[in-house]
Design a protein around this ligand. Structure first.
Ligand SMILES: [Zn+2]
Ligand SMILES: [Zn+2]
Length: 118
C-alpha cells in the first residue's frame, strides 16, 4: 500500500499495490516542471490507484503528445504522469509518497525509454 498527498493536502491518493519500476528522470521537461535536477517516478498499475480526495483540484498539462502531467491546482504539486502508450500504468511523482519502503532505480531514465527531450 502506498499513500501520498500534495503539499496543501487537498489531493490524497492510495495505491493498493506496489511500485513496478522506479526511475529518476533528468529530461528538460521534468527539470523545469519539478524545479529540480531530476524527478523521481514510481510506476504503478492504474487499476490499483485511487484518489481519496481532491479530484476537483486536479489540473492537467500535456507536456508532449503522449504525456499528461497531473498537478494540484492549489499548491502546484506534481501528482503523476499519464502516458498514452501505457494506459494500464501511472507514474507517480514520488516526492510526496508516504510509506515508501524500498525502491530501486532502473538503469534507464524515463526520457531514454520514451524519447522525452533530454
Ligand atoms: Zn495541493
Ligand atoms: Zn522527464
Amino acid at each position: 500500500m502506498i499513500k501520498g498527498r500534495c503539499e496543501c493536502g487537498s489531493v490524497q491518493y492510495e495505491v493498493d499495490g506496489g511500485i513496478n519500476d522506479f526511475s529518476h528522470c533528468h529530461c528538460s521537461q521534468c527539470r523545469r516542471l519539478h524545479g529540480a535536477a531530476f524527478a523521481s517516478f514510481g510506476g504503478v498499475v492504474r487499476n490499483e490507484f485511487s484518489y481519496l480526495s481532491g479530484e476537483p483540484d486536479l489540473t492537467r498539462y500535456a507536456s508532449s503528445d503522449d504525456h499528461i502531467r497531473v498537478f494540484c491546482r492549489i499548491c502546484g504539486s506534481n501528482i503523476l504522469v499519464e502516458l498514452d502508450l501505457e494506459p494500464e500504468a501511472l507514474y507517480l511523482a514520488m516526492g510526496h509518497a508516504r510509506a515508501l519502503t524500498i525502491v530501486t532505480a532502473t538503469l534507464l531514465a524515463l526520457w531514454f525509454l520514451t524519447g522525452l527531450p533530454n
